[in-house]
Write a protein that binds this ligand. Sequence first.
Ligand code: ATP
Ligand code: MG
Length: 262
Amino acid sequence: MARTIAIANQKGGVGKTTTAINLAASLAANDATVLLIDIDPQGNSTTGLGVKKDNLPGTTYDVLVSALPATACVVPTQLPGLSLLPADRNLVAANLDLVDADDRHNRLRTQIADVNSNYDYILIDCPPALDLLTLNALCAADTVLIPIQCEFFALEGVSQLMDTIERVQESFDHPLAIEGILLTMFDDRTNLTRQVADDLKAFFKDDVLNTVIPRSVRLAEAPSHGQPILLYDVRSKGAESYIKLAKELLAKHRAAAAHAAS
Ligand SMILES: Nc1ncnc2c1ncn2[C@@H]1O[C@H](COP(=O)(O)OP(=O)(O)OP(=O)(O)O)[C@@H](O)[C@H]1O
Ligand SMILES: [Mg+2]
């Protein structure tokens, strides 16, 4: 069974997609089989992995709304071990098209059930909204990874995200856990970054992951070349940080599995 991780924060531009692409690639580089699901109509994970949006066999929209099997829509990427369920602009209509469906929040969960055993990890790149798409991602996920940019308004809106997570846990009776809080675009030369990091640690405590992602021009450049940072510049600080993040999560999950088995 895959561990399914939704990467969510309704605040825009905090590093969700950068994390989705590069964590997925780094897990695959560590011999995990990984499916990245792009559930954002912007389709940035799709473009960032160099997958062209014309001539796709199907997209996340088709899986959610037309109930096309996920297996028919998943495409390979340049990186062995990493597959993608792509998205394009049409996905924006899913919010409306599903509004009257009884199982509207559980569509993704139901539709990916049959590919679950094909992967070690399924990552879901969410849009910057607490909409039906993000709700589907949270209901399909075991855990949620929350990237937070180290800036003045970092915590703005986080309480709404926490309320939504609680709603998923209680109203939908789904045991969604926090995978971790990931500090992104970290620049420890500035007092502000350090201050925000301290505030986040005071608020989220042990949920804050040890790995932080530094601000890195190479990370920002990589998607325009359609490549994860591992292929674009493996020796960059950005690549190093996402490899470290993958190793931190793999070690945590191995320890949890060993504990559960003992
Ligand atoms: N660590 C980083 N260093 C420098 N630039 C970064 C870093 N992480 C992300 N960026 C850049 O910041 C911008 C926003 O990042 P990204 O697209 O990952 O955020 P997002 O949360 O997915 O945005 P959206 O909410 O629109 O989906 C992009 O231009 C990206 O290249
Ligand atoms: Mg994004």
